[in-house]
Design a protein around this ligand. Structure first.
Ligand SMILES: Nc1ncnc2c1ncn2[C@@H]1O[C@H](COP(=O)(O)OP(=O)(O)OP(=O)(O)O)[C@@H](O)[C@H]1O
Ligand SMILES: [Mg+2]
Length: 333
Protein backbone atom coordinates (compact mmCIF):
# COMPACT_ATOMS: atom_id res chain seq x y z
CA UNK A 1 0.00 0.00 0.00
CA UNK A 2 3.02 2.29 0.31
CA UNK A 3 2.72 3.12 -3.36
CA UNK A 4 -0.60 4.74 -2.58
CA UNK A 5 0.64 7.13 0.04
CA UNK A 6 2.40 9.66 -2.13
CA UNK A 7 -0.81 10.23 -4.12
CA UNK A 8 -3.77 12.34 -3.20
CA UNK A 9 -1.93 15.58 -2.77
CA UNK A 10 -5.22 17.49 -2.59
CA UNK A 11 -5.70 20.00 -5.37
CA UNK A 12 -8.38 22.41 -6.48
CA UNK A 13 -7.35 23.20 -10.05
CA UNK A 14 -9.67 21.56 -12.62
CA UNK A 15 -6.64 20.93 -14.87
CA UNK A 16 -5.14 18.71 -12.19
CA UNK A 17 -8.06 16.36 -12.46
CA UNK A 18 -8.33 13.68 -15.10
CA UNK A 19 -12.09 13.56 -14.48
CA UNK A 20 -14.28 16.37 -13.30
CA UNK A 21 -18.07 15.99 -13.32
CA UNK A 22 -20.72 18.27 -11.88
CA UNK A 23 -24.30 17.24 -11.19
CA UNK A 24 -24.06 14.54 -13.84
CA UNK A 25 -27.47 12.94 -14.36
CA UNK A 26 -28.86 10.32 -16.73
CA UNK A 27 -32.48 9.30 -16.89
CA UNK A 28 -33.93 6.32 -18.73
CA UNK A 29 -37.68 7.05 -19.01
CA UNK A 30 -38.66 7.53 -15.37
CA UNK A 31 -35.59 5.77 -13.92
CA UNK A 32 -32.63 7.92 -12.84
CA UNK A 33 -29.62 5.65 -13.38
CA UNK A 34 -27.09 8.33 -12.36
CA UNK A 35 -28.28 11.15 -10.14
CA UNK A 36 -26.50 14.52 -9.71
CA UNK A 37 -23.05 12.93 -9.56
CA UNK A 38 -20.22 15.25 -8.53
CA UNK A 39 -16.87 13.62 -9.15
CA UNK A 40 -13.25 14.67 -9.21
CA UNK A 41 -10.49 12.20 -9.95
CA UNK A 42 -6.89 13.31 -9.58
CA UNK A 43 -4.43 12.42 -12.30
CA UNK A 44 -2.32 9.28 -11.84
CA UNK A 45 -4.56 7.75 -9.21
CA UNK A 46 -6.81 4.69 -9.13
CA UNK A 47 -10.38 5.63 -8.36
CA UNK A 48 -13.05 3.03 -7.62
CA UNK A 49 -16.80 2.81 -8.11
CA UNK A 50 -18.17 0.41 -5.53
CA UNK A 51 -21.82 -0.50 -5.71
CA UNK A 52 -24.29 -3.35 -6.03
CA UNK A 53 -25.98 -4.45 -9.27
CA UNK A 54 -27.94 -1.65 -10.90
CA UNK A 55 -26.32 1.12 -8.83
CA UNK A 56 -25.28 3.03 -11.97
CA UNK A 57 -21.58 2.10 -12.32
CA UNK A 58 -21.68 1.20 -16.02
CA UNK A 59 -23.98 4.12 -16.87
CA UNK A 60 -21.63 6.55 -15.09
CA UNK A 61 -18.63 5.11 -16.97
CA UNK A 62 -20.44 5.39 -20.31
CA UNK A 63 -21.25 9.04 -19.51
CA UNK A 64 -17.63 9.74 -18.57
CA UNK A 65 -16.30 8.15 -21.77
CA UNK A 66 -18.66 10.23 -23.91
CA UNK A 67 -20.47 7.14 -25.24
CA UNK A 68 -23.71 8.20 -23.58
CA UNK A 69 -25.16 11.70 -23.47
CA UNK A 70 -26.15 13.03 -20.05
CA UNK A 71 -29.68 14.24 -19.33
CA UNK A 72 -28.03 17.12 -17.47
CA UNK A 73 -24.76 18.08 -15.81
CA UNK A 74 -21.24 18.82 -16.96
CA UNK A 75 -18.23 16.62 -17.62
CA UNK A 76 -14.63 17.51 -18.30
CA UNK A 77 -12.27 14.67 -19.14
CA UNK A 78 -8.56 15.43 -19.60
CA UNK A 79 -9.47 19.00 -20.53
CA UNK A 80 -12.21 18.02 -23.03
CA UNK A 81 -15.78 19.07 -22.35
CA UNK A 82 -18.30 16.31 -23.06
CA UNK A 83 -20.28 15.54 -25.10
CA UNK A 84 -19.04 18.33 -27.44
CA UNK A 85 -15.41 17.21 -27.58
CA UNK A 86 -15.98 13.45 -27.28
CA UNK A 87 -14.21 12.78 -30.57
CA UNK A 88 -10.98 14.43 -29.33
CA UNK A 89 -10.95 12.07 -26.37
CA UNK A 90 -10.90 8.85 -28.36
CA UNK A 91 -7.10 8.52 -28.49
CA UNK A 92 -6.61 9.61 -24.89
CA UNK A 93 -8.82 7.08 -23.15
CA UNK A 94 -9.11 3.31 -22.96
CA UNK A 95 -12.26 1.43 -22.00
CA UNK A 96 -12.47 -2.18 -20.91
CA UNK A 97 -16.16 -3.02 -21.03
CA UNK A 98 -17.96 -5.17 -18.46
CA UNK A 99 -18.69 -7.82 -21.11
CA UNK A 100 -15.77 -9.27 -23.13
CA UNK A 101 -15.93 -7.28 -26.34
CA UNK A 102 -13.11 -8.73 -28.45
CA UNK A 103 -13.52 -11.34 -31.17
CA UNK A 104 -13.85 -14.94 -30.00
CA UNK A 105 -12.97 -16.27 -33.45
CA UNK A 106 -9.71 -14.31 -33.72
CA UNK A 107 -6.49 -15.33 -31.96
CA UNK A 108 -4.95 -13.23 -29.20
CA UNK A 109 -2.47 -11.73 -31.66
CA UNK A 110 -5.12 -11.09 -34.33
CA UNK A 111 -7.34 -9.32 -31.81
CA UNK A 112 -4.48 -7.05 -30.75
CA UNK A 113 -3.50 -6.40 -34.37
CA UNK A 114 -7.08 -5.46 -35.16
CA UNK A 115 -7.31 -3.01 -32.25
CA UNK A 116 -3.92 -1.49 -33.05
CA UNK A 117 -5.13 -0.78 -36.61
CA UNK A 118 -8.18 1.00 -35.23
CA UNK A 119 -5.86 3.23 -33.22
CA UNK A 120 -3.66 3.89 -36.27
CA UNK A 121 -0.41 2.28 -35.14
CA UNK A 122 2.13 1.90 -37.97
CA UNK A 123 3.29 -1.69 -38.78
CA UNK A 124 6.57 -1.11 -36.91
CA UNK A 125 4.85 0.42 -33.89
CA UNK A 126 2.36 -2.44 -33.94
CA UNK A 127 5.05 -5.12 -33.95
CA UNK A 128 6.93 -3.59 -31.02
CA UNK A 129 3.80 -2.81 -29.01
CA UNK A 130 2.28 -6.27 -29.48
CA UNK A 131 5.43 -8.01 -28.39
CA UNK A 132 5.63 -5.75 -25.32
CA UNK A 133 1.96 -6.24 -24.39
CA UNK A 134 2.05 -10.02 -24.87
CA UNK A 135 5.01 -10.20 -22.54
CA UNK A 136 3.70 -7.75 -19.88
CA UNK A 137 0.28 -9.43 -19.75
CA UNK A 138 1.72 -12.95 -19.87
CA UNK A 139 0.03 -13.85 -23.13
CA UNK A 140 3.05 -14.76 -25.25
CA UNK A 141 2.31 -18.50 -24.94
CA UNK A 142 -1.30 -17.89 -25.99
CA UNK A 143 -0.61 -15.53 -28.87
CA UNK A 144 -1.94 -17.99 -31.48
CA UNK A 145 -4.83 -19.26 -29.35
CA UNK A 146 -8.39 -18.29 -30.25
CA UNK A 147 -9.91 -15.91 -27.69
CA UNK A 148 -12.89 -18.25 -27.45
CA UNK A 149 -10.77 -21.02 -25.92
CA UNK A 150 -9.05 -18.93 -23.25
CA UNK A 151 -9.78 -19.02 -19.51
CA UNK A 152 -11.69 -16.16 -17.85
CA UNK A 153 -8.49 -14.68 -16.38
CA UNK A 154 -6.62 -14.90 -19.70
CA UNK A 155 -9.51 -13.18 -21.46
CA UNK A 156 -9.42 -10.35 -18.93
CA UNK A 157 -5.69 -9.93 -19.46
CA UNK A 158 -6.24 -9.79 -23.23
CA UNK A 159 -9.00 -7.22 -22.80
CA UNK A 160 -6.74 -5.10 -20.57
CA UNK A 161 -3.88 -5.34 -23.11
CA UNK A 162 -6.26 -4.26 -25.90
CA UNK A 163 -7.55 -1.31 -23.88
CA UNK A 164 -4.05 0.11 -23.34
CA UNK A 165 -2.62 -0.56 -26.83
CA UNK A 166 -2.57 3.19 -27.66
CA UNK A 167 -1.12 4.13 -24.24
CA UNK A 168 -4.16 6.06 -23.01
CA UNK A 169 -3.76 8.64 -20.27
CA UNK A 170 -7.04 7.58 -18.71
CA UNK A 171 -8.35 4.04 -18.45
CA UNK A 172 -11.91 2.98 -17.60
CA UNK A 173 -12.29 -0.60 -16.36
CA UNK A 174 -15.80 -1.88 -15.77
CA UNK A 175 -15.69 -4.85 -13.38
CA UNK A 176 -12.49 -6.12 -14.97
CA UNK A 177 -12.01 -9.08 -12.64
CA UNK A 178 -15.52 -10.49 -12.36
CA UNK A 179 -14.47 -13.93 -13.67
CA UNK A 180 -11.04 -14.02 -12.05
CA UNK A 181 -9.85 -16.01 -9.02
CA UNK A 182 -8.22 -14.15 -6.07
CA UNK A 183 -4.63 -14.99 -7.09
CA UNK A 184 -5.14 -13.75 -10.65
CA UNK A 185 -7.03 -10.75 -9.32
CA UNK A 186 -4.00 -9.76 -7.27
CA UNK A 187 -1.76 -10.10 -10.32
CA UNK A 188 -4.22 -8.08 -12.41
CA UNK A 189 -4.05 -5.32 -9.79
CA UNK A 190 -0.25 -5.34 -9.92
CA UNK A 191 -0.61 -4.48 -13.62
CA UNK A 192 -2.94 -1.62 -12.70
CA UNK A 193 -0.47 -0.23 -10.16
CA UNK A 194 2.30 -0.44 -12.78
CA UNK A 195 0.14 1.47 -15.28
CA UNK A 196 -0.65 4.05 -12.62
CA UNK A 197 3.05 4.44 -11.77
CA UNK A 198 3.72 5.04 -15.46
CA UNK A 199 1.26 7.96 -15.44
CA UNK A 200 -2.15 6.45 -16.24
CA UNK A 201 -5.25 7.47 -14.33
CA UNK A 202 -7.62 4.56 -13.77
CA UNK A 203 -11.31 4.47 -12.94
CA UNK A 204 -12.40 0.95 -12.03
CA UNK A 205 -15.79 -0.39 -11.00
CA UNK A 206 -16.06 -3.37 -8.72
CA UNK A 207 -18.27 -5.48 -6.49
CA UNK A 208 -15.31 -6.64 -4.44
CA UNK A 209 -14.37 -5.05 -1.12
CA UNK A 210 -10.73 -6.16 -1.34
CA UNK A 211 -10.43 -4.39 -4.70
CA UNK A 212 -12.14 -1.26 -3.41
CA UNK A 213 -9.60 -1.13 -0.56
CA UNK A 214 -6.76 -1.00 -3.09
CA UNK A 215 -8.08 2.21 -4.70
CA UNK A 216 -6.63 5.58 -3.77
CA UNK A 217 -10.16 6.91 -3.51
CA UNK A 218 -13.58 5.51 -4.16
CA UNK A 219 -17.23 6.41 -4.47
CA UNK A 220 -19.92 4.22 -2.99
CA UNK A 221 -22.92 4.20 -5.31
CA UNK A 222 -26.46 3.13 -4.55
CA UNK A 223 -29.45 3.56 -6.85
CA UNK A 224 -27.46 6.04 -8.95
CA UNK A 225 -26.61 8.21 -5.94
CA UNK A 226 -23.11 8.73 -4.58
CA UNK A 227 -23.36 7.94 -0.88
CA UNK A 228 -19.70 8.47 0.03
CA UNK A 229 -16.46 9.52 -1.63
CA UNK A 230 -13.03 9.44 0.04
CA UNK A 231 -9.93 7.35 0.62
CA UNK A 232 -10.74 3.86 1.99
CA UNK A 233 -8.97 4.77 5.24
CA UNK A 234 -10.93 8.01 5.74
CA UNK A 235 -14.18 6.23 4.94
CA UNK A 236 -13.43 3.67 7.64
CA UNK A 237 -12.24 6.28 10.15
CA UNK A 238 -15.31 8.49 9.67
CA UNK A 239 -18.05 5.95 9.40
CA UNK A 240 -21.35 6.57 11.13
CA UNK A 241 -21.54 3.30 13.03
CA UNK A 242 -19.56 1.34 15.61
CA UNK A 243 -18.80 -2.34 15.27
CA UNK A 244 -19.36 -4.87 18.03
CA UNK A 245 -18.19 -8.43 17.52
CA UNK A 246 -19.99 -11.12 19.47
CA UNK A 247 -18.74 -14.61 20.24
CA UNK A 248 -21.59 -16.77 21.55
CA UNK A 249 -23.67 -19.88 20.93
CA UNK A 250 -26.74 -19.74 18.72
CA UNK A 251 -25.59 -16.70 16.77
CA UNK A 252 -28.50 -17.05 14.38
CA UNK A 253 -31.05 -16.51 17.10
CA UNK A 254 -29.04 -13.61 18.57
CA UNK A 255 -28.80 -11.98 15.16
CA UNK A 256 -32.55 -12.24 14.61
CA UNK A 257 -33.16 -10.54 17.95
CA UNK A 258 -30.53 -7.79 17.72
CA UNK A 259 -31.50 -6.73 14.22
CA UNK A 260 -34.88 -5.66 15.68
CA UNK A 261 -33.22 -2.93 17.76
CA UNK A 262 -33.55 0.55 16.23
CA UNK A 263 -29.89 1.32 17.13
CA UNK A 264 -28.64 -1.67 15.14
CA UNK A 265 -27.84 -0.95 11.49
CA UNK A 266 -26.94 -4.50 10.53
CA UNK A 267 -25.86 -7.87 11.87
CA UNK A 268 -23.97 -10.48 9.91
CA UNK A 269 -22.45 -13.79 10.93
CA UNK A 270 -18.78 -14.22 10.04
CA UNK A 271 -17.67 -17.74 10.94
CA UNK A 272 -17.91 -18.11 14.72
CA UNK A 273 -18.67 -14.42 15.32
CA UNK A 274 -21.53 -12.03 14.81
CA UNK A 275 -20.62 -8.58 13.50
CA UNK A 276 -23.11 -5.96 14.64
CA UNK A 277 -23.16 -2.36 13.40
CA UNK A 278 -24.55 0.01 16.00
CA UNK A 279 -25.47 3.65 15.38
CA UNK A 280 -22.62 6.02 16.27
CA UNK A 281 -24.92 8.11 18.50
CA UNK A 282 -25.03 5.21 20.95
CA UNK A 283 -22.63 5.97 23.88
CA UNK A 284 -21.86 2.41 24.93
CA UNK A 285 -22.78 -0.06 22.18
CA UNK A 286 -21.28 -3.03 24.04
CA UNK A 287 -23.41 -2.33 27.13
CA UNK A 288 -26.49 -1.82 24.96
CA UNK A 289 -26.10 -5.25 23.37
CA UNK A 290 -24.94 -7.02 26.53
CA UNK A 291 -28.17 -6.13 28.32
CA UNK A 292 -30.38 -7.74 25.67
CA UNK A 293 -32.15 -10.90 26.92
CA UNK A 294 -30.79 -12.99 24.01
CA UNK A 295 -27.22 -12.56 25.33
CA UNK A 296 -25.66 -14.22 28.40
CA UNK A 297 -22.98 -12.81 30.72
CA UNK A 298 -20.56 -15.48 29.48
CA UNK A 299 -20.86 -14.27 25.87
CA UNK A 300 -17.91 -12.29 24.55
CA UNK A 301 -18.51 -8.80 23.17
CA UNK A 302 -15.84 -6.42 21.89
CA UNK A 303 -15.65 -3.16 19.99
CA UNK A 304 -13.60 -3.75 16.80
CA UNK A 305 -12.20 -1.71 13.89
CA UNK A 306 -14.51 -1.09 10.94
CA UNK A 307 -13.92 -2.57 7.49
CA UNK A 308 -14.85 -1.07 4.15
CA UNK A 309 -17.78 -3.42 4.02
CA UNK A 310 -19.06 -1.91 7.28
CA UNK A 311 -18.76 1.53 5.66
CA UNK A 312 -20.82 0.33 2.72
CA UNK A 313 -23.52 -1.03 4.99
CA UNK A 314 -23.66 2.06 7.18
CA UNK A 315 -23.60 4.69 4.45
CA UNK A 316 -26.20 2.99 2.31
CA UNK A 317 -28.23 2.41 5.46
CA UNK A 318 -28.96 -1.13 4.36
CA UNK A 319 -30.04 -3.47 7.13
CA UNK A 320 -28.07 -6.49 6.05
CA UNK A 321 -29.12 -9.74 7.64
CA UNK A 322 -28.06 -12.17 4.95
CA UNK A 323 -24.70 -13.78 5.81
CA UNK A 324 -23.78 -14.53 2.22
CA UNK A 325 -23.78 -10.87 1.21
CA UNK A 326 -21.15 -9.75 3.66
CA UNK A 327 -17.91 -11.66 3.34
CA UNK A 328 -14.90 -9.43 2.95
CA UNK A 329 -13.49 -11.47 0.06
CA UNK A 330 -16.89 -11.68 -1.54
CA UNK A 331 -19.06 -9.25 -3.36
CA UNK A 332 -21.89 -7.04 -2.32
CA UNK A 333 -24.12 -7.69 -5.29
N1 LIG B 1 -30.09 1.69 -21.90
C1 LIG B 1 -30.83 1.58 -20.79
N2 LIG B 1 -32.19 1.67 -20.84
C2 LIG B 1 -32.95 1.59 -19.72
N3 LIG B 1 -32.44 1.40 -18.48
C3 LIG B 1 -31.11 1.28 -18.37
C4 LIG B 1 -30.23 1.37 -19.51
N4 LIG B 1 -28.96 1.22 -19.07
C5 LIG B 1 -29.02 1.04 -17.74
N5 LIG B 1 -30.30 1.09 -17.32
C6 LIG B 1 -30.76 0.96 -15.93
O1 LIG B 1 -30.00 1.83 -15.13
C7 LIG B 1 -29.70 1.26 -13.87
C8 LIG B 1 -28.21 1.25 -13.64
O2 LIG B 1 -27.65 0.30 -14.54
P1 LIG B 1 -26.07 0.10 -14.64
O3 LIG B 1 -25.84 -0.90 -15.73
O4 LIG B 1 -25.42 1.41 -14.78
O5 LIG B 1 -25.73 -0.54 -13.21
P2 LIG B 1 -24.39 -1.23 -12.70
O6 LIG B 1 -24.06 -0.60 -11.40
O7 LIG B 1 -23.36 -1.18 -13.77
O8 LIG B 1 -24.87 -2.74 -12.44
P3 LIG B 1 -24.04 -4.12 -12.57
O9 LIG B 1 -23.21 -4.23 -11.33
O10 LIG B 1 -25.11 -5.15 -12.64
O11 LIG B 1 -23.22 -4.07 -13.83
C9 LIG B 1 -30.33 -0.14 -13.88
O12 LIG B 1 -31.57 -0.07 -13.22
C10 LIG B 1 -30.50 -0.42 -15.37
O13 LIG B 1 -31.59 -1.29 -15.60
MG1 LIG C 1 -22.31 -2.62 -14.78
Amino acid sequence: MSRLNNKLSGTDNVNDYAISATQLTRNFSNLTAVSALDLQVEKQTIYGFLGPNGSGKTTAIRLLTGLLKPSSGEVNILGCNLPKEAQNLRMKIGYMTQKFSLYDDLTVKENLQFVSKIYGLTPNEQKARLSELLSVHQLTQQSNQFADSMSGGQKQRLALAASVIHKPKLLFLDEPTSAVDPQNRREFWEQLFDLCDQGTTILVSTHYMDEAERCHKLAILENGIKRADDTPQNLMDNMAAQIVEIGAKDLRHIKDQLIQLPQVVSAAQLGTHLRVLVNKAEDDPVALLQQQPCLHTSDKLALVRPSLEDVFVSCTNQKITDDSSTTSQGGIG
